[in-house]
Design a protein around this ligand. Structure first.
Ligand SMILES: CC(C)(COP(=O)(O)OP(=O)(O)OC[C@H]1O[C@@H](n2cnc3c(N)ncnc32)[C@H](O)[C@@H]1OP(=O)(O)O)[C@@H](O)C(=O)NCCC(=O)NCCS
Length: 162
């Protein structure tokens, strides 16, 4: 994925709006995921269709005034009604401006509204920014999942009561 082909520099925080994701957003969301992660961690487009269109799981996008998506949150819910962060991706120029925080709070609120009692997620043990981000939002590292990703990369499982 050529990151230069994605939206450019921020033109001010006020120009960003957050809304629920719709079917037409899937391609942009997938492209951002490809830009944010190595190929062995990034999701296939099928995963986006499954969560967004088939399961109708809560998902939110942050958009520029032009409508271009610069970040998103995708969640899912398991049979025991636990919430899961599938992924949260903010394009590099828009990081550290509070967008990820706004998105995860919306996801937690949506899951609470569906009766979920906790949120869980997995992140690469080497993803220092994500580990710090989740820690700031009250998530605790509960276990290490060995060889969670392809090529033998390990993950941490983080959880937070809702
Ligand atoms: C992790 C990610 C979603 C955070 O989004 P963001 O919009 O930059 O986060 P926020 O601006 O809301 O940051 C909130 C807090 O998280 C922590 N944080 C975020 N990025 C950090 C970084 N690079 N280093 C250290 N702490 C960080 C800080 O405590 C920050 O608060 P502060 O800016 O007041 O210090 C973003 O870096 C990203 O998209 N990364 C690539 C994709 C990814 O790894 N997603 C996680 C998948 S499991």
């Amino acid at each position: 994925m050529n990151i230069d082909a994605l939206p450019g520099q921020p033109d001010g925080e006020n120009s960003i709006t957050i809304r629920p994701a719709i079917a037409l957003d899937v391609r942009q969301m997938w492209e951002i995921d490809q830009a944010c992660f190595d190929p062995d961690i990034a999701y296939s487009m099928d995963i986006f269709y499954l969560h967004l269109l088939v399961n109708r799981d809560p998902a939110f996008v942050a958009c520029e005034s032009s409508g271009k998506i610069v970040g998103f949150l995708l969640t899912s819910q398991d049979k025991r009604r636990g919430g899961q962060v599938v992924t949260i991706d903010i394009l590099p120029p828009w990081r550290r401006q509070g967008l990820g925080s706004k998105l995860i709070k919306l996801g937690e609120e949506a899951m609470r509204g569906r009766g979920a009692k906790k949120m869980a997620l997995q992140t690469d043990v080497g993803n220092a920014s994500a580990i710090s981000f989740y820690g700031k939002h009250g998530y605790k590292n509960v276990k290490t999942l060995k060889n969670y990703y392809s090529h033998g990369k390990h993950a941490y499982q983080f959880e937070k009561p809702l």
